[in-house]
Write a protein that binds this ligand. Structure first.
Ligand code: ADP
Ligand code: ZN
Length: 665
């Protein structure tokens, strides 16, 4: 019921519906008759244009993004903050005929960018409420004359009729939407003004659209596409997330004493001692609360570290001092809440230590990413304790002003936090797990070799007999199935569950049948997932994926190569044991087959969302889709077992979801 109400509300407010009462402005804007010629000419001038702007070379991903944008017309570009997304609209805008519009959320940022562009010889300006009437009119007049290559505007400006008719009359080859995740109610930085953008773009069907963001989770990406009205097959480029120079670690600590010891060890490893601090280099310690930040600051000061404290409760002058001292190299350590960091541009931060996990993998990666900007080795240490669950729950339920937050939002944020907690368990390379979480498959390292998970795997004695035996059993089940069936059949074979497929080919009479009987189905599924990640099990890429052993897998099965694998945690040692029933779900890593299904389910979710004019998360969360992809429900009842899918959703979307599961077997 609540679900239905919410869906209705969303439909009423939805920016996805065509905006009525706007007929006045519904003119076709600049029909792109010269498009083909345009594309070739712009592509041919990219390198020259780049150099004209003062850059030597593209960063990875930039050229690909620009070429796709120019040739395909619509693009979602995801790269981390500081990754160089601006160039991907600035360069083409400087080459297109006409004036491109850049939607940007912060006036300070617009100001910086316009200044930077002017210095590089590109005509640009911005329109913001801070300008006086005279200046505004003068800029708009120039805009109408086509003086500028780029005009930055705040999203609310798009709603002004004066601005819209101006745009309607000029030649606008591209609209770039910076910080596009601000359009997502689900994201962490929702700005209602962004909702207007879709309506404006709907009136400019031929305009090129570039949406840029650093937030890449699938549900947010899908919502951006939908709300901006980008076709679901529009390309998405995700790149630049890999930070292999970071040595990532997470440690369980059971109390203050252990936590303090870990902090001191990490400072010692990276900075030396307070008396013999190595040249250059500093550490940031993130504390979950202001109080914790102050306590840690005092402790480190007593140890003679040059330490500063930074949180939003301090007077601006004290904050500025801490920040300036840190940037000027006069502090070794700054202890801060997450208020610290925006715009921190110190490249030699050698360690980022989290006294407690932050709210999500996104937040963690952004914060730890402040280490090692210079590309040299730097450390990221996250301390985790059982108390963090209660602490986070508390932090989640109130906003900064102490008001309660909507239960649905709290629940969503809680799930984001649990993703981070599962990551902290560390079943496989920490970098690879993060890159997969962001959907950045192309940059997966195949094991960084330096994170704690990779180190544990490499350490002696891991190839113990018990682990080997279990893994070899799993692999021999794959060998028995060998190209005939998919993953579920292997799981059933190992568990000894009767299945017509197995019976038909006599696999229920082999010794492998029930070889892992007694284990939980999800655990076996996760184990096989890890065998795929390790490269031992292969999955065919057709519509009915079947599994087989790779050459490496055969060697491991026969005992010719060592088993280097961490078994997935069992319920007793995993997150779920921490009195968290909700966490009893598979970790974010999906097997290749499940990933394939997950992607199909995402497409289905987008279609359903479009049909009902609701954002994708109203249909299902990423977590629900991941679970669907792992569990492969066959019936409405089985659907109900999936986290976040209740009777209303089964009623509304069940048939469509089940059909996808059935088709993509
Ligand atoms: P984002 O928008 O992704 O957060 P920016 O576009 O602000 O990042 O880029 C961050 C910095 O990187 C800027 O100072 C920019 O000038 C620089 N930069 C971007 N692309 C290149 C390049 N190809 N070569 C050198 N510097 C670049
Ligand atoms: Zn690793």
């Amino acid at each position: 019921m609540a679900m239905a109400r919410r869906a209705q509300r969303n439909m009423r407010n939805s920016p996805l519906r065509p905006m009525h009462g706007d007929a006045l402005h519904r003119r076709v804007i600049w029909v792109d008759t010269v498009r083909v010629r345009d594309v070739a000419s712009v592509l041919a001038r990219l390198d020259r244009g780049l150099r004209a702007m003062g850059y030597d070379a593209f960063r990875p991903g930039q050229r690909e993004a620009i070429e796709l944008l120019v040739s395909r017309g619509k693009l979602l570009y995801v790269a981390p903050t500081g990754g160089g997304k601006s160039l991907c609209y600035q360069l083409p805008a400087s080459l297109f005929a006409g004036t491109s519009i850049i939607v940007s959320p912060l006036i300070a940022l617009m100001h910086d960018q316009v200044r930077g562009l002017s210095a590089r010889g590109v005509a640009a300006t911005f329109l913001a409420s801070t300008l006086d009437g005279h200046e505004m009119r003068s800029r708009m007049r120039n805009m109408a004359r086509g003086t500028y290559k780029l005009v930055y505007v705040a999203p609310e400006r798009l709603a002004y009729p004066g601005f819209r008719s101006l745009v309607a009359d000029m030649r606008c080859p591209m609209v770039a939407v910076d910080e596009a995740h601000c359009i997502s109610e689900w994201g962490h930085d929702f700005r209602p003004d962004y909702m207007a953008i879709g309506g404006v773009l709907a009136q400019m069907p031929d305009v090129r659209v570039l949406a840029c963001t650093a937030t890449a989770t699938p549900v947010v990406r899908d919502e951006i596409m939908l709300r901006l009205g980008l076709p679901s097959d529009a390309p998405q480029v995700i790149s630049g997330f890999a930070r292999p120079n970071l040595v990532l670690r997470a440690r369980d600590v059971s109390g203050t004493k252990e936590s303090v010891a870990q902090v001191d060890l990490q400072l010692d490893e990276t900075l030396g001692s307070p008396y013999e601090a190595r040249d250059g280099g500093a550490a940031i310690i993130y504390a979950p609360t202001r109080k914790a930040a102050e306590q840690q600051t005092q402790r480190l000061a007593a140890l003679d570290w040059r330490v500063g404290c930074y949180h939003a409760g301090l007077a601006p002058i004290a904050r500025d001092r801490a920040q300036d001292q840190f940037l000027g190299g006069n502090l070794d350590v700054v202890v801060a809440t997450n208020a610290f960091g925006m715009g921190i541009d110190r490249s030699d931060v050698r360690a980022v230590i989290h006294l407690a996990p932050p709210g999500s993998i996104e937040a963690y990666y952004q914060e730890v990413g402040r280490a090692g900007r210079d590309g040299e080795t730097a450390y990221g240490l996250m301390l985790v304790s059982n108390r963090d669950f209660a602490l986070r729950r508390q932090l989640l339920s109130k906003d900064g002003a102490g008001n309660s937050i909507e239960p649905e939002i709290v629940e969503h944020k809680w799930q984001l936090f649990l993703e981070l907690m599962r990551w902290s368990e560390g079943g496989s390379c920490r970098h690879d797990a993060i890159l997969r979480y962001f959907g950045d498959e192309a940059e997966v390292l195949g094991g960084c070799g330096r994170c704690d998970a990779c180190q544990t795997l490499a350490s002696e004695g891991r190839d113990d007999a018990a682990v080997s035996l279990i893994v070899r059993k799993a692999l021999s089940a794959v060998a028995r199935v060998n190209g005939r069936f998919g993953m579920m059949a292997v799981v059933k074979l190992l568990l000894g569950q009767v299945d017509p497929r197995l019976t038909r080919v006599g696999l229920d009479r082999t010794r492998t049948f029930g070889a892992l009987a007694g284990e939980a189905e999800r655990w076996v599924t996760r184990l096989l997932g890890r065998c795929i990640t390790a490269g031992w099990v292969e999955i065919s890429h057709d519509s009915r994926p079947v599994v087989s052993l790779s050459r490496g897998g055969i060697a491991v099965m026969k005992g010719e190569s060592p088993v280097r694998l961490l078994l997935p945690g069992r319920a007793s040692v995993s997150v779920s044991s921490r009195r968290e029933t909700r966490a009893k779900v598979p970790p974010p890593e999906l097997s290749a087959a499940a990933t394939h299904l997950f992607e199909a389910l995402r497409r289905c979710r987008s279609a359903l969302a479009r049909e009902a004019s609701v954002p994708p998360y109203v249909v299902a969360s990423d977590r629900a889709l991941r679970e669907l992809a792992m569990l492969r429900p066959r019936s409405r009842d089985e659907l109900l077992a999936v986290h976040g899918i209740g009777p209303a959703k089964v009623e509304r979307y069940g048939a469509a979801l089940l059909q996808v599961v059935q088709q993509v077997d």
